[in-house]
Write a protein that binds this ligand. Structure first.
Ligand SMILES: Cc1cc2nc3c(=O)[nH]c(=O)nc-3n(C[C@H](O)[C@H](O)[C@H](O)COP(=O)(O)OP(=O)(O)OC[C@H]3O[C@@H](n4cnc5c(N)ncnc54)[C@H](O)[C@@H]3O)c2cc1C
Length: 331
């Protein structure tokens, strides 16, 4: 990352509202960057309910949350924004030249205006809380699957009982040597159809069991887990090459709530132009609040162009806030 590259607009959060703001900023020819703490774009829709239908998106009778995100990414792509994944924005400062510096866990980003589209805060996977789990992260233990071929001919354990755990077990079944699905309850919370497929598959369903400890070889490499039966308390070892944890996600507004902005509970108070108490910083989507605010995707979609156009007017006061319509801009 080049520290001296100054963007016009940097958007914190790659959920639906950040994605649409990124598209609209590109349409207005702003040099745009999106920073997202997760390895994937999509916010709550991809993380919490990708398979659920949404019925109140204008122009769609109904659309699956995951498909809406795919469409938003497709719409964004021609604008070629810079997208930084797996970067959590930790602090925001402004220098004497009115240039903002955003500091993340990976470095710094400079920008002339900031749009905060951080929803309920940065998502993080719920981690396995057994001794030594941290040191195996991204080696023997994964929270995200980027390349399924990594598990080719391996013995894989998947921990979790929701849709994601069951779907990954079914997807890895034809690739891995063995797949073991470990869940603390006998019932799975996944779709009935997926559970039926699971029981007809070669996936070894291990319930009601919890991971009690990690088994390592003499070099400290993960070679398996010790499982404990929730009822009988009996323990047994399960040799594994790889462990995938699917315990869902938690979000936290921290540390944005420590920034020098005006908050009502965990929401940033904005004016009708989406500006915050710091000139040049705007907030849109679930994270903002104003009189009459309704937390809906459709509402955030409307707030995005308002924030972008006002941010550009802030950067270039000679430019009008009201832009040309996209039907004229794209001709
Ligand atoms: C089960 C469920 C069903 C729903 N159904 C509907 C529906 O039918 N219709 C509807 O309109 N709404 C629905 N909603 C609400 C809708 O999902 C939200 O209004 C929408 O996701 C808000 O989008 P957003 O982009 O503001 O925030 P989010 O979707 O929360 O995205 C914010 C993104 O910002 C990232 N982020 C946060 N902090 C940082 C940081 N410091 N650094 C980097 N990245 C950061 C997060 O990781 C996240 O990816 C539903 C919500 C749930 C949970």
């Amino acid at each position: 990352m080049q520290k001296d590259e100054i963007y016009d607009i940097t958007i914190i959060g790659g959920g639906p509202i950040g994605l649409f703001a990124g598209f609209y900023a590109g349409l207005r020819k702003a040099k745009t960057k999106i920073i997202e703490s997760l390895p994937e774009l999509g916010g709550q829709l991809n993380t919490l309910y990708p398979e659920k239908y949404i019925y109140d998106i204008p122009g769609f009778q109904k659309i699956k949350a995951g498909d809406l995100i795919k469409n938003l990414i497709k719409q964004l792509e021609p604008m070629k924004p810079t997208i930084c994944l797996e970067e959590k924005v930790l602090s925001l400062t402004k220098d004497e030249n009115n240039i903002f510096t955003l500091t993340t866990n990976k470095g710094t980003h400079q920008t002339l205006a900031v749009i905060i589209a951080a929803g309920n805060g940065a998502f993080e996977p719920r981690r396995l809380s057994v001794e030594g789990a941290e040191k195996h992260e991204n080696k023997g233990i994964s929270y995200f699957i980027r390349d399924m071929n990594r598990f080719k001919d391996k013995v894989v354990g998947i921990a979790g009982g929701g849709d994601s755990a069951v779907d990954w077990a079914l997807m890895l079944e034809p690739i891995a040597k063995e797949v073991h699905l470990i869940h603390r309850r006998p019932q799975f919370r996944a779709h009935e159809h997926s559970v039926e497929l699971l029981h007809d598959s070669s996936v070894h369903v291990l319930t009601p069991l919890v991971i009690e400890s990690l088994d390592e070889d003499e070099n400290g490499k993960l070679v398996g887990v010790t499982l404990k039966d929730v009822k009988s308390k009996e323990e047994h070892s399960l040799p594994l090459d790889h462990l995938i944890i699917n315990y869902g996600f938690a979000s936290s507004i921290d540390p944005i709530n420590t920034w020098d902005l005006t908050f009502t509970r965990n929401n940033i108070v904005v004016h009708s132009d989406m500006s915050t108490s710091i000139a040049g910083v705007y907030a849109i989507g679930d994270i903002n609040t104003y009189n009459g605010k309704v937390e809906l995707i459709a509402t955030g979609f409307g707030e995005a162009p308002t924030a972008v156009n006002n941010a550009l007017h802030f950067i270039h006061p000679e430019q009008r806030v009201q832009p040309m319509h996209s039907s004229s801009l794209c001709e």
